[in-house]
Design a protein. Sequence first.
Length: 94
Amino acid sequence: MATATLPPSVTTRVESLPQSTRGLRVLIAADRPADVEVLMLTLEAVGCQLVSAGVGREAVDLAQLVQPEVVIVVADGLASFPVARAISERSGWR
């Protein structure tokens, strides 16, 4: 698979984000590889530490292990709600 790059307009916006994003631990739980790729490209550009998982039990378990500061769940339909709720409940986030 070819390595994708961000379009110039996105790169400009990403570069203007604050430095506070550097080192931020982010879990991406998505059911489509293309979604993961776009998010990872964008977030890597601002220095986030990334880990990805499929939507479901894998994401819940990985969130408990990695303890991310941000969780992004992308899924078709309502599939993301149970995953987000389970991650929130297990981590104590409110």
